[in-house]
Ligand binder design. Structure first.
Ligand SMILES: [Zn+2]
Ligand SMILES: [Zn+2]
Length: 387
C-alpha cells in the first residue's frame, strides 16, 4: 500500500484547509474557531458521533467500520494550537493575527487528520471503530492531559492511540520512529537568591546575590557532568536571570532565575530535581545568602510502546518504502499523557529542508499531506482489517 490515490485526489482540498488554519492561528486553549471548523467538517463527513468541549476546546469524532466484531477502538490524535510568535514567512496565507503563528505545523497535523477522517468516513473499510482526537494546548498548556482528565479514553473505550509530528530537516514524507523513551520530560524551575544589597564600593557590607547566582549557575552544570550517569540524558538550562539592581553602583539585594530541566527517565528526573534544590540552597548558604527554589513538573517523558511502534513502522514502510530510527528528542510532547493511559506510538514525518519548528520563517510542507494521511489510514485498515 503506497500513498493512497484518494489522498492525491483530496490534496487540493486538504491543502486549502491547512492554509485556512495557517491564516487563522489560535493559541493554547483558545482554539475556538479551529475547533468549530473541525467539528463542522467531521459532521459533514458523516462521522457517527462528534463531541466538542472535551479538555475544554478539544474535539472528538467517532467513525464506525463496516463491521465491529473485534470491539477494537483506535484513537488518532492531532494537535490544533499555534504559538505566540510573529510570523515572518511573507506567505500569501500568512497569519492574519499579529503575534500568533502556526510555527510548529499543527495546522498541517489538523488538516491531515481531517483528510484521513474524510477518507475513513467514505470507505469504512475496517472492523472496529476509529476515534479522531483533536486537542488544544499542546504548546505548554497540557491539552492532552485535559482531554484524558475528562475521561476520553474510558468514554470511547479506546484501546490504542497514535500520534504524528512533522519534522523539518528530514526528506518530505519520510518516516522515523523509535520504541521506548522518545521525547523528554520537561520541567521548569525558578530560583530566587536573597542576599543583602548595598553600595558597590563597599562589598564587605553586602551579601552579593549576583555573585551567588553566578556560582549557582555554574554549579548546576555539575548535575549533568558529575551526578548523572554519563550514558543517560539530562539537560539543565538556566534561561533567564534578572537582578533587583538596575545601577552600575548598587549590589543587588535579590536575583531571580528561571530555567528548564529535560530528562528521559523517572530516576533521572528525581535526581535532577533533588540535586538542583540541594545545589541552589547549599551554594547560597555557603555565601551567607538564601535560595528559594520552586520546581514545577511539566510534561512527562513520552514513551512509545514496543508492539505499537513496530506496527507503526510497518505501516510507514508500506506507505513510504522505509522508516528510519529516530534519535532521542529533548523537546517535550504532551501526547505523553495519552501514551501513559493507553498503548500506542508517535511517529515523525519529514517536512523537508527549511526553517525548524518554532522559527518565525517555519512553514508546514503540504507535500507531506498524502503520505501523512496514508499512514493514518494504514494504521486503521491494517490494525483492524475488514472482517
Ligand atoms: Zn512545538
Ligand atoms: Zn508541535
Amino acid at each position: 500500500m503506497p500513498v493512497k490515490n484518494r489522498f492525491a485526489e483530496l490534496l487540493p482540498e486538504i491543502t486549502a484547509w491547512r492554509r485556512d488554519l495557517h491564516e487563522n492561528p489560535e493559541i493554547l486553549f483558545d482554539t475556538h474557531r479551529t475547533s468549530a471548523l473541525v467539528a463542522d467538517k467531521l459532521r459533514e463527513f458523516g462521522c457517527d458521533e462528534v463531541v466538542t468541549g472535551i479538555g475544554r476546546t478539544g474535539v472528538v469524532g467517532v467513525i464506525k467500520g463496516k463491521t465491529d466484531t473485534a470491539g477494537k477502538v483506535i484513537g488518532l490524535r492531532a494537535d490544533m494550537d499555534a504559538l505566540p510568535i510573529h510570523e515572518a514567512t511573507g506567505l500569501p496565507y500568512a497569519s492574519k493575527t499579529p503575534g500568533a503563528m502556526h510555527a510548529c505545523g499543527h495546522d498541517g497535523h489538523t488538516a491531515m487528520l481531517l483528510g484521513a477522517a474524510k477518507y475513513l468516513s467514505e470507505t469504512r473499510n475496517f472492523d472496529g471503530q476509529v476515534v479522531v482526537i483533536f486537542q488544544p494546548a499542546e504548546e505548554g498548556g497540557g491539552g492532552g492531559r485535559e482531554m484524558c482528565a475528562d475521561g476520553m479514553m474510558d468514554r470511547w473505550n479506546i484501546s490504542e492511540v497514535y500520534g504524528m509530528h512533522n519534522w523539518p530537516g528530514r526528506p518530505v514524507g519520510s518516516f522515523s520512529i523509535r520504541p521506548g523513551a522518545f521525547f523528554a520530560a520537561t520541567d521548569q524551575f525558578e530560583i530566587v537568591i536573597e542576599g543583602k544589597g548595598g553600595h558597590a564600593a563597599k562589598p564587605q557590607e553586602t551579601v552579593d546575590s549576583t555573585l551567588v547566582a553566578a556560582h549557582v549557575i555554574t554549579a548546576l552544570q555539575s548535575i549533568a557532568s558529575r551526578n548523572a550517569d554519563p550514558v543517560d540524558q539530562v539537560v539543565v538550562s538556566v534561561t533567564a536571570i534578572e537582578s533587583s539592581s538596575k545601577a552600575f553602583n548598587v549590589i543587588a539585594q535579590r536575583v531571580h532565575m528561571k530555567g528548564t530541566v529535560r530528562t528521559m527517565s523517572k530516576d533521572m528526573r528525581d535526581l535532577a530535581e533533588a540535586r538542583l534544590k540541594a545545589i541552589s540552597t547549599g551554594t547560597a548558604g555557603a555565601f551567607g545568602a538564601v535560595a528559594e527554589v520552586s520546581y514545577h513538573r511539566g510534561y512527562p517523558c513520552m514513551v512509545n510502546h514496543v508492539d505499537q511502534t513496530a506496527f507503526a513502522a510497518d505501516v510507514a514502510r508500506s506507505v513510504a518504502g522505509d522508516c528510519t530510527d529516530a534519535p532521542l528528542i529533548m523537546g517535550g510532547e504532551d501526547f505523553a499523557f495519552m501514551l501513559e493511559e493507553r498503548p500506542g506510538a508517535y511517529i515523525l514525518v519529514g517536512n523537508g529542508d527549511g526553517a525548524s519548528v518554532h522559527h518565525p520563517e517555519y512553514n508546514f510542507n503540504d507535500d507531506a499531506i498524502p503520505t501523512g494521511c496514508s499512514w493514518w489510514a494504514g494504521i486503521v485498515e491494517q490494525r483492524m482489517p475488514a472482517a
